[in-house]
Design a protein around this ligand. Structure first.
Ligand SMILES: [Zn+2]
Length: 221
């Protein structure tokens, strides 16, 4: 799998792309999605009572909140800033156009570490937007008897998770220590997924990490 470039991150935010979903019966389902910035804008617009006609309505899939509007404005602003850093031209109306125009200029002189730093920021935006439409699924790690697995790092299987705390009180929930968070990486794989202990914070990233944890748990029995 080739590493994602800055241009890949720009593309996913700005132009339509094909999303592959692996269905339970093993077949694959292909769907064309708008660029993520356009999806976020449409969702915000329809939550404000405006719709862009003739499009599949992402807002139908997601309850968009005030946070989404703020995030959209932050992204728009951050892109305008980047655009102004590289050119004196008047920016366009759409953040997608400005981001692509910025990329062309930036890519001319940027060194690899700068490109990687920008790529990671853009990937952060993409992840945030994607999770508005498709929140990650979190599964507790329990064995076939329903017993929680003990974390190989801290040894706990359950812990008291503090949900909220004030002076002299705490809202505590008894929780399974190990969970796996499945996150769509848009390639039908586990590269964006991870397992984590909610108590000690130990995290196992991607397919390799999750496999290692599974192996550990298997061999502890
Ligand atoms: Zn732990």
């Amino acid at each position: 799998m080739k590493p994602e470039t800055l241009l890949d991150a720009v593309d996913i935010l700005t132009i339509p792309h094909i999303v592959t979903t692996r269905l339970d019966d093993g077949t694959k389902h292909f769907e064309q999605h708008d660029g993520l910035i356009a999806q976020l804008r449409q969702a915000v617009a329809s939550s404000l009572g405006r719709t862009e006609s003739g499009r599949s309505d992402p807002a139908a899939r997601v309850p968009v909140n005030g946070e989404a509007l703020i995030k959209y404005q932050q992204i728009e602003e951050a892109i305008l800033q980047r655009f102004a850093d590289v050119t004196e031209r008047v920016p366009g109306l759409l953040p997608e156009d400005n981001l692509r125009a910025w990329y062309v200029e930036f890519h001319r002189y940027a060194k690899e570490p700068e490109e990687i730093a920008e790529r990671d920021i853009l990937k952060g935006w993409a992840l945030w937007i994607r999770e508005q439409f498709d929140p990650p699924r979190v599964r507790e790690l329990v064995d076939s008897d329903g017993n929680a697995a003990a974390c190989p790092e801290c040894g706990f299987d359950w812990f008291d998770q503090v949900l909220n705390r004030g002076k002299g009180w705490a809202d505590v929930q008894r929780s399974v220590a190990l969970t796996v968070t499945y996150r769509d990486d848009e390639r039908g794989g586990l590269t964006a997924s991870f397992a984590r202990c909610g108590l000690c914070g130990q995290t196992w990233h991607g397919p390799q990490g999750i496999r290692e944890l599974a192996w550990d748990l298997e061999n502890k029995k």
